[in-house]
Design a protein around this ligand. Structure first.
Ligand code: SF4
Ligand code: FES
Length: 299
């Protein structure tokens, strides 16, 4: 209570240590702006009221793996990649509000092992053939697999039969890669006001559908101007006639790992017009500095 405490200030930048003469609010560390703080893997993270753990972490430049979270949208809490331990209990950091004095663990072997298992399940549940995917190098699923050092799919592939929808003149839907993050659903409903997409079914039968009597994208009001056309973290919603405009090896996650890349949501303006995927088995320009490539059985 009366000894100096060293902690980091978000406003001054993470990593800048400041000696403080006392603790506030019954022993809870607060920064010089008097905002509450929690610790994340031992690092002090300031936050403001209402912020979730992942929001506060990202605001201070600390990466927590995530797939269905995009700061432009309300959290969905479905992929569980952002799971952390908060005061010893597993929770989704994208939905769990930060609290004063909370002790959060994220980058631990136990939690990263769980994240890797989730990723492996996602890879085998769909058909992800990264070497031939236009999204390779800009795909968050692939980049997160690299980040979590996923070396193999581990589980047997389902190889589901999911026909493409190429009915729209400008856009292609490849349902094989859908990870059911609902970002396109949220974007179309909440931003575009069109409700073009929806998730249907339950459990293992959950799947993405197009809200048209025919089920075809061409029979909706979908347009390339829609927010929904630009939020897919994987390679489902693809612009036609744009093939490898940026070569593999020069794409976002080829240049730097996802943990060092601004979130594709707010950073969209700085990314290629339609981010397209990194190959879990192909060559990378930064192979020397990143973990070994994960592999996709049957690819
Ligand atoms: S199509 Fe893309 S954005 Fe939509 S639910 Fe599937 S993975 Fe998410
Ligand atoms: S990012 Fe939190 S559950 Fe998906």
């Amino acid at each position: 209570m009366n000894k100096d405490v060293t902690f980091a200030l978000s406003s001054a930048g993470v990593g800048e240590s400041v000696a403080r003469g006392q603790l506030d609010r019954g022993g809870v560390a607060m920064n010089k702006n008097n905002s509450p703080t929690f610790t994340l893997d031992g690092k002090t993270i300031p936050f403001s009221a209402g912020q979730t753990i992942i929001q506060a972490a990202m605001a201070t430049g600390v990466y927590i793996p995530h797939l269905c979270y995009n700061p432009e949208f309300k959290p969905h809490g479905s992929c569980k990649l952002c799971t952390v331990k908060a005061d010893g209990r597993h929770t989704s950091s994208c939905t769990h509000q930060a609290q004063d004095g909370m002790v959060v663990e994220s980058d631990t072997k136990e939690i990263n092992d769980e994240r890797r298992a989730l990723l492996q399940m996602l890879f085998v549940e769909g058909n992800h053939f990264c070497p031939s995917c236009e999204k390779s190098g800009n795909c968050q699923l692939q980049a997160t697999a690299y980040e979590m050092n996923m070396m193999s799919p581990h589980f047997d592939h389902f190889f589901p039969d999911r026909p493409l929808d190429a009915s729209h003149p400008d856009y292609l839907l490849d349902f094989n890669r859908c990870i059911l993050c609902s970002l396109c659903v949220r974007a179309s409903r909440d931003v575009d006001g069109k409700n073009v997409f929806a998730l249907s079914g339950r459990g293992i039968k959950s799947h993405l559908i197009v809200n048209a009597k025919s089920g075809r994208l061409a029979d909706t009001g979908f347009s390339g101007e829609d927010k929904a056309a630009h939020v897919c973290p994987v390679g489902v919603i693809l612009k036609k006639r744009v093939g490898f405009a940026i070569p593999i090896g020069s794409r976002s996650f080829d240049e730097q790992p996802i943990s060092a890349t601004p979130h594709p949501g707010p950073a969209a303006a700085t990314l290629p017009p339609h981010p397209q995927g990194a190959c879990p088995v192909g060559p990378r320009s930064n192979a020397a500095t990143l973990p070994p490539h994960p592999t996709v059985k049957g690819a």
